[in-house]
Write a protein that binds this ligand. Structure first.
Ligand code: DGI
Ligand code: FE
Ligand code: FE
Ligand code: FE
Length: 188
């Protein structure tokens, strides 16, 4: 069993310093958003600590875990950038002993989102977009929007990802689009 300090030590050792700084930003922002919107800040903090734990693992290691443990195999047909979320949730459970399904799902869906995102899913996914170290076109606007609309800001985050992928002629994982559409519906 890992306490919070041990978890931080173990997770930070698996990524370059810059990615750990990003993780610290996601932790801070996720806790703030959780307080604002009524999610559990302790769960938000834990999900944030672990969300990118597998981000710098080799493609082979991630592929092996996805195949060997029969995790979402549709992911294997899509961009490797998507794999660390599913592998991260698996690792949080199997290596770090996280059993809370809400925390595991927030890690699992932090990149693609999903239809019917929980409050915790939204908080972690939005924190990943707007943490203080992020810099992409429109991020200032999203930070403002995040003060009063969780779904509005998150939909804006997905719009930015999708626009970026389209501009670069990349394949969009269908769940990313479904998640974005679901958030737009929630805003109507
Ligand atoms: O891990 P982070 O960089 O903090 O952020 P993330 O997990 O939200 O996104 C990781 C990468 O995944 C990012 O470069 C954008 C990419 N991505 C997100 N959705 C899709 C995607 N790539 C493809 N090809 N398709 C998607 O739907
Ligand atoms: Fe990520
Ligand atoms: Fe994200
Ligand atoms: Fe991240």
């Amino acid at each position: 069993e890992y306490n919070r300090e041990q978890l931080i030590e173990a997770v930070s050792a698996q990524m370059p310093e810059k990615r750990w700084t990003h993780t610290l930003g996601v932790m801070e922002t996720a806790v703030q958003l959780a307080r604002r919107y009524g999610a559990d800040p302790v769960k938000a903090d834990l999900a944030a600590i672990l969300h990118d734990v597998s981000k710098y693992w080799t493609i082979e290691k991630m592929r092996n875990i996805l195949v060997e443990h029969k995790l979402n195999d549709e992911l294997l047909l899509h961009d490797k950038q998507l794999w660390h979320a599913e592998v991260g949730a698996f690792t949080a459970r199997e290596v770090y002993g996280i059993t809370d399904p809400e925390i595991l799902d927030a890690i699992r869906y932090h990149t693609s989102g999903r239809v019917g995102m929980t409050l915790l899913d939204k908080v972690v996914c939005l924190a990943d977009y707007i943490e203080p170290g992020r810099d992409f076109p429109g991020v200032h606007n999203l930070r403002e929007l995040a003060q009063h609309s969780l779904e509005g800001a998150l939909a804006g985050g997905f719009d930015s990802t999708i626009s970026h992928l389209i501009a670069r002629k990349q394949i969009i994982y269908p769940l990313t689009v479904l998640s974005r559409n679901d958030l737009i519906k929630q805003l109507e």
